[in-house]
Design a protein around this ligand. Structure first.
Ligand SMILES: N[C@@H](CCC(=O)N[C@@H](CS)C(=O)NCC(=O)O)C(=O)O
Length: 219
């Protein structure tokens, strides 16, 4: 197997892919940086690879898998020594799939909107609409963590990897109030203890630095 990851280190989806690979104990053979700032992903070559023009994009022995929410299950199913991170049991799996959908459809779009407004010099701070969407997502996540130590239940899953990378960036832009969101706060603390958490932390620090670099350009 030869795994190639097309990436940008600040991307939450890329960080979730790296966390998943680390948890599964697999090696990404080659990491190819995609220069999102200079719109390399809009070029013909990357567009052919991923018509959505987003990272991460994974290539496994020539087979292309796009979107982190598809890449994580693919890696876990294909390379997991067991099904701990992505259970084969249909009911448990549906819980994990729900978390991946929550990140893709509800949480990540809020981060994307706030970050794009910063990069495009439209708004330095989250808009009212973005704040409403952020708190709605936080309320859902807080409920999901009620009576469970992890997002999909009482087991660590690829859903946790997907959500923690987005939430850690969101926490910089719309801070999570530890009193109001006790479960989220405890879960984020627990995720930080993972021995391979640096695969999130390294890119997260670069993401925060990039966001602040662009925020400094506002009048
Ligand atoms: N649902 C996609 C979202 C990927 C995504 O939006 N990635 C961002 C980086 S964080 C990107 O490539 N943005 C480029 C652009 O929107 O032009 C996934 O999880 O892979």
């Amino acid at each position: 197997m030869v795994l190639i990851l097309y990436m940008h280190e600040v991307s939450p989806g890329v960080r979730a892919t790296l966390l998943t690979a680390a948890a599964l104990g697999i090696n990404i053979d080659k990491k190819i940086g995609v220069d999102l700032i200079n719109r390399e992903h809009f070029g013909a070559s990357f567009t052919k690879r991923n018509p959505a023009r987003t990272v991460p994009s994974l290539e496994d022995d020539g087979f292309i898998v796009n979107d982190s929410h598809v890449i994580l299950p693919y890696l876990a199913d294909k390379y997991g020594e067991n099904d701990d991170l992505y259970p084969k049991d249909l009911q448990k799996r549906s819980k994990v799939n729900y978390i991946l959908q929550f990140d893709n459809g509800i949480l990540f779009p809020v981060l994307y909107s706030i970050a794009m407004n910063i990069y495009k010099n439209i708004s330095k701070e989250p808009t009212e609409k973005d704040l409403d969407a952020a708190y709605r997502a936080y309320d859902i996540l807080e409920s999901l963590l009620d009576n469970h130590s992890y997002t999909a239940g009482d087991f660590l899953s690829i859903g946790d990897f997907s959500v923690i990378t987005t939430m850690s960036s969101m926490n910089h832009l719309v801070p999570v109030d530890a009193k109001e969101y006790r479960k989220i706060t405890a879960w984020m603390k627990m995720m930080k203890q993972l021995p391979y958490y640096h695969y999130n932390q390294d890119g997260l620090e670069k993401h925060i630095a990039l966001l602040e670099e662009y925020r400094a350009k506002f009048e």
